[in-house]
Design a protein around this ligand. Structure first.
Ligand SMILES: Cc1ncc(COP(=O)(O)O)c(C=O)c1O
Length: 379
């Protein structure tokens, strides 16, 4: 494969992108916020979706090929063999999270999350009118057994834990031992673990992603997967829900209508990604690694006061900007004074004053310009 995937110039991006990342802010703002890549698409996906449109294959979706494609990918990449027959196609990861919370917890029940964590976890828990219980990551961005246990005790039985694996925004790849402790605690306290593994294919080459359900202790959990983040097709929404061996009945509580929302063209695109998008994924992961090194270098040169959380996955950098003295929400200052849009750390953790998230799945040109603009705000 020749040419960079993450190579589009700023001028190209401004004229070709109409998604929220590029249109939410005024045109002079450089967007390095929402988790979309500035990537040219994978040929396998473009061909599959275009061919379906051209042949008039635009009806309601049929899930088995999607489930089989994911099972093949999971086996090849992680040596994990989930059973396709037990997977359910769902409209997207967060709709599945919301529907599962409804069927797994009673009204007024609790959902445990580990901040700093994907901002929509908070909104979706709120929308289900469940009680949010916090089990923060430790200062190194890792799950902490004592913190989890205290939160599970507070949440009580029939509650849910939303595992983000790998973890957005810190890029933490949870270790097998950490996940096993989580599963054991969850069983003990009657908590169902929903493992959101949307970022898993974006694990760096020197780290090992452990699928939650591959652990013998995790049979009561449910995993959610989608190709949307890793192949940059957030606009082609669909996902799969996978039950652990002891969770088939729990997943079966989802009403059959939940499956109606999955988009056939999205399922076709995602199936192509899992089947034939491996080379593209490997290349984008190499470029993400180069971009991360570039970002770390640029920050060390221009903004040495910022501490970058070490990460093992994702194209997102969690930046500790507290020493810059820009107040609780440095992203607000960067966008106002520097015309560069990062995500506010407060969205991932209401207590994370002084943090921001930087999306570096873009061209080196955009990363360089973004850091220069950030540096300009503190000079
Ligand atoms: C951890 C995590 N889960 C879910 C999503 C969104 O997934 P979906 O669009 O399938 O709801 C994102 C998007 O950034 C994410 O980071």
């Amino acid at each position: 494969m020749s040419g960079r995937i993450l190579g589009a110039s700023l001028a190209q991006l401004r004229t070709t992108r109409t998604s929220v990342k590029w249109r939410f802010f005024e045109p002079d703002v450089l967007p390095v916020w929402v988790a979309e890549m500035d990537a040219r698409p994978c040929d396998a996906i473009v061909d599959a979706v275009s061919a379906a449109l051209l042949r008039g294959d635009t009806g309601y979706t049929w899930a088995p090929p999607f489930a089989q494609a994911f099972a093949g990918f999971a086996d090849e990449r992680w040596g994990w063999g989930p059973e396709p027959d037990h997977m359910l196609v769902v409209p997207d990861v967060m709709i599945a999270v919301s529907e599962l919370i409804h069927v797994l917890t009673p009204p007024g029940g609790a959902v445990v999350v580990s901040p700093p964590v994907y901002d929509s976890f908070f909104g979706f828990v709120e929308s289900t009118r469940r009680r949010l219980v916090s089990a923060p990551l430790d200062e190194n961005g890792r799950l902490d057994a004592q913190t989890l246990e205290a939160a599970f005790r507070e949440a009580g039985p029939e509650s849910v834990y939303l595992l983000c694996s790998p973890h957005n925004p810190t890029g933490t790849v949870h270790r097998a031992a950490e996940l096993a402790v989580l599963a054991t605690l969850a069983d003990h306290y009657g908590v169902t673990v929903i493992a959101d593994e949307i970022h898993a294919p974006l694990t760096f080459a020197d780290a090992t992603f452990v699928p939650y359900l591959s652990l013998p202790e995790a049979g009561a959990g449910i995993a959610l997967v989608s190709a949307s983040k890793s192949w940059n097709i957030a606009g082609l929404k669909s996902a799969l829900a996978i039950p652990g061996d002891d969770a088939r009945g729990r997943l079966g509580r989802l009403h059959e209508v939940v499956r109606h929302g999955a988009n056939h063209l999205a399922v076709i695109g995602q199936t192509a990604a899992y089947r034939r998008g491996g080379d593209w994924l490997d290349q984008v992961n190499r470029e993400i690694a180069e971009n991360r090194a570039l970002l770390v270098d640029l920050l060390a040169t221009h903004l040495p006061a910022i501490r970058v959380m070490p990460a093992q996955a994702t194209y997102l950098a969690w930046l500790d900007c507290r020493e810059l003295g820009l107040g609780d929400d440095p992203a607000a200052v960067f966008v106002q004074r520097g015309r560069v849009a990062l995500s506010s750390g407060l969205a991932y953790d209401p207590g994370a004053a002084g943090f921001a998230r930087f999306n570096f799945a873009t061209s080196p040109e955009v990363i360089t310009e973004a850091v220069e603009r950030m540096a300009g705000t503190v000079r």
